[in-house]
Design a binder for this molecule. Structure first.
Ligand SMILES: *[C@@H]1O[C@H](CO)[C@@H](O)[C@H](O)[C@H]1NC(C)=O
Ligand SMILES: *[C@@H]1O[C@H](CO)[C@@H](O)[C@H](O)[C@H]1NC(C)=O
Length: 334
C-alpha cells in the first residue's frame, strides 16, 4: 500500500507532455486520503469588449463557482471556449486577460488550473495569444489548440482522460448573430490532422473515464442546435470508443442529454442566458434529460466528481442550489 502510494505520487509528479507514453497531470496532494477528482466546467464566459468588460451573469456565476469549488471541491476548471467576447484577444498583452478573467474569478478556491480551449469568438481574434498567455499566468493552461489531459484518481487504480478539442478548427467558424452553422474547416489539412489525432487517442485509451470536450455541441436543443459536422465526425467515435461524456458550450444555457450511453453536457451559461429551444425536436427522442436557460438562474455551470466507480455531474445555478444531478458509470472493457 505504502509503495503504491509513493509510486502514484512519483507518477503524478511527472511533467506535462502530450507525447507517448502517457503523462499524468499533477493534483493537489494536501489531502492524502482523497479518492476522487473534482472539476468545474464553464463555457461562453467571456465578458464584453467594453467597460466593465464583464456581464452581471458572469459576475454572479464567478462568485457561485468560488463557493461551490470551496464546498464541493475542485481540482481544476474546464474553460469551454468563447473566453473573450466578441473577437477574442489581439495580443498576449491584452488587458482583457485581467478585466474579463483574472479580476473576475478571484476566489481562492478558483486559483487552480484552468484548462482552456478556444470557441468561435476566440477564433475571430488571435488564439495563439491565448496560448502564449499560459506563460504569463499561474492558472491559465492552454498548451496548444487541442491536447490531452490524464489523471490518476488518487488512491484508486483508476484513471481519467480528458481530450480537449478545437471544434472550430475541426468544423469551421460561425457567426452567432446570423445563427450560421460552422462553414467547414478554414484549413482542411489541419482539420483532418486533428481528427486523426483524436481517433488515435480514443482508440488506444484504456482510461476508466474518458471525456471529450469542445466548444460546439454535438447535441443541443437550443439556438445553434446539433452541429452537423460533429454528428458526422465525432459522434461515431464517441460511440465506438465508449466515451463517458462530451462537454461543450456555444449555446448559452445548461443541457444534459444521453444518447447510446454517452452523456452530453452543455455548459454555456457563463456570461449570457438563452432559453431558446427551437431545436427541441432535432435531438434523439427521449435523449434530453435537463434544460434551463432562464434568466432567473442568474447563470450556471457544472461540477463533476469522478470516483473509482462513477462520475457525478451536477448542474448548478449562480443563484445557489443545484438544478440537476446525474451519474455516469465507469467504462467497461470486455
Ligand atoms: C481523511 O482523513 C482525515 C484524518 O483521518 C479525516 O478527518 C478526513 O475526514 C478524511 N477525509 C476523507 C475524505 O476521507
Ligand atoms: C461584481 O459583483 C460584486 C459583488 O456583488 C460587486 O461588488 C462588483 O461591483 C460587481 N462587478 C461588476 C463589474 O458588476
Amino acid at each position: 500500500m505504502m509503495a503504491f502510494t509513493l509510486l502514484s505520487v512519483l507518477v503524478a509528479a511527472l511533467p506535462v507532455a502530450s507525447c507517448y507514453p502517457t503523462a499524468f497531470q499533477n493534483l493537489d496532494q494536501s489531502s492524502k486520503n482523497r479518492t476522487s477528482i473534482r472539476f468545474l466546467a464553464i463555457g461562453d464566459w467571456g465578458g464584453l469588449p467594453y467597460p466593465p468588460y464583464i456581464t452581471a451573469v458572469q459576475n454572479t456565476t464567478a462568485q457561485e463557482m468560488g463557493k461551490v469549488a470551496e464546498q464541493m471541491g475542485a481540482d481544476f476548471v474546464l474553460a469551454l471556449g468563447d473566453n473573450f467576447y466578441y473577437k477574442g484577444v489581439n495580443s498576449v498583452d491584452s488587458p482583457r486577460f485581467k478585466d474579463t478573467f483574472e479580476s473576475v474569478y478571484t476566489a481562492k478556491s478558483l486559483n487552480i488550473p484552468w484548462y482552456v480551449i478556444a470557441g468561435n469568438h476566440d477564433h475571430a481574434g488571435n488564439v495563439k495569444a491565448q496560448i502564449q498567455y499560459s506563460k504569463m499566468s499561474d492558472r491559465w493552461k492552454f498548451p496548444s489548440y487541442y491536447y490531452e489531459l490524464n489523471f490518476h484518481i488518487p488512491n484508486t487504480r483508476k484513471t481519467l482522460t480528458i481530450i480537449m478539442l478545437d471544434t472550430v478548427m475541426l468544423c469551421g467558424n460561425s457567426d452567432d448573430f446570423e445563427d450560421e452553422k460552422p462553414r467547414g474547416p478554414a484549413n482542411e489539412v489541419e482539420g483532418n490532422r486533428q481528427l486523426i489525432w483524436l481517433q488515435e487517442r480514443l482508440a488506444r485509451s484504456k482510461a476508466d473515464f474518458l471525456l471529450v470536450a469542445g466548444h460546439y455541441p454535438v447535441w443541443s436543443v437550443s439556438e445553434h442546435g446539433p452541429t452537423h459536422c460533429l454528428l458526422q465526425k465525432l459522434h461515431p467515435l464517441l460511440n465506438k470508443y465508449k466515451a463517458t461524456a462530451y462537454l461543450c458550450g456555444h449555446d448559452h444555457n445548461l443541457q444534459y442529454l444521453e444518447d447510446s450511453g454517452v452523456g452530453y453536457v452543455v455548459s454555456g451559461a457563463g456570461n449570457f442566458l438563452d432559453p431558446d429551444i427551437r431545436h427541441w425536436n432535432h435531438v434523439p427522442k427521449g435523449s434530453l434529460k435537463f434544460f434551463t436557460g432562464q434568466a432567473s438562474t442568474l447563470g450556471g455551470f457544472v461540477h463533476a466528481e469522478v470516483t473509482k466507480e462513477e462520475m457525478i455531474v451536477t448542474f448548478l445555478q449562480a443563484k445557489g442550489t443545484s438544478l440537476y444531478r446525474t451519474v455516469l458509470s465507469r467504462r467497461q472493457f470486455e
